[in-house]
Ligand binder design. Structure first.
Ligand code: PRP
Length: 176
C-alpha cells in the first residue's frame, strides 16, 4: 500500500537523528559547561532539532527564534526575506549558536550570519542538521552539520514540501 502521496524514500531514521543529536548535546555540554549561551532556532524547519537538542543541554541557555524564508520572484533574483529578526540584547557580547535544519544554496545561513555578526556577538556557531552536497560551493562562513545528504529534495523532521511532510519523524528523499 502506498503510504505517502509522493514517492518518498527513507534516508535517515529517527534513531540515527536522535543518536547524532545526543552526541552533539554531549559535546556542547562539555564545551559550554558553566557558561551562558544564546541559542537561536531558525523557523520553521529548525524548530524540530532545536526542541530535541534543548532537552539535553545542561548549561544556561537564552533562547530565541528567527524566521526567514526563501523566495523566488520573477522580478527579483532568488533570495531570502526576513519575517522575524534577531533580538539584539541576547546577541551582543554573547556566544551564539544557530540551529537550522538544512543548508542548501546557503543563502539563508549567509543572511543569518551577516545579520548576527552586525550585532557583535562573542562567537557565532552555525549548526545544521543536514548539509546538501554540492549545492553551496561558494558558501564562505563556518558551519557544522550532522548529516550529509544528496542533492535531492528532502522532507521530514522539519523539512516540508508545500507544507506537507514536515511533521514526519524521519528524513526522506522525494523520488520521481
Ligand atoms: O540554504 P538555502 O537554500 O537558503 O535553504 C535552506 C533554508 O530553506 C528552508 O527554509 P524555508 O525558507 O523553506 O522555510 P521553512 O523552514 O519555513 O520551510 C530551510 O528550512 C532552510 O531555512
Amino acid at each position: 500500500m502506498k503510504k505517502f502521496k509522493h514517492n518518498l524514500e527513507l534516508l535517515i531514521t529517527k534513531k540515527e537523528i536522535h543518536e547524532k543529536i545526543k552526541k552533539l548535546a554531549s559535546s556542547l555540554n562539555a564545551q559550554y559547561k558553566g557558561k551562558e549561551v544564546t541559542i537561536i532556532g531558525v523557523m520553521n524547519g529548525g524548530l524540530f532539532m532545536l526542541a530535541d537538542l534543548l532537552k539535553k543541554l545542561k548549561f544556561k541557555v537564552n533562547i530565541d527564534t528567527i524566521s526567514i524564508a526563501n523566495y523566488t520572484n520573477i522580478h527579483f533574483s532568488k533570495g531570502v526575506v526576513w519575517q522575524k529578526k534577531i533580538h539584539k540584547p541576547i546577541i551582543t557580547g554573547n556566544d551564539v549558536i544557530v540551529i537550522e535544519d538544512i543548508i542548501d544554496t546557503g543563502y539563508t545561513l549567509t543572511e543569518i550570519y551577516e545579520e548576527l555578526a552586525f550585532w557583535n556577538p562573542k562567537s557565532i556557531r552555525m549548526i545544521t542538521l543536514l548539509d546538501k552536497e554540492g549545492t553551496h560551493p561558494n558558501f564562505k562562513y563556518p558551519y557544522e552539520s550532522l548529516f550529509k545528504v544528496p542533492n535531492k529534495f528532502i522532507v521530514g523532521y522539519g523539512l516540508d514540501m508545500n507544507d506537507m511532510y514536515r511533521q514526519l519523524d524521519q528524513i526522506y528523499t522525494v523520488e520521481q
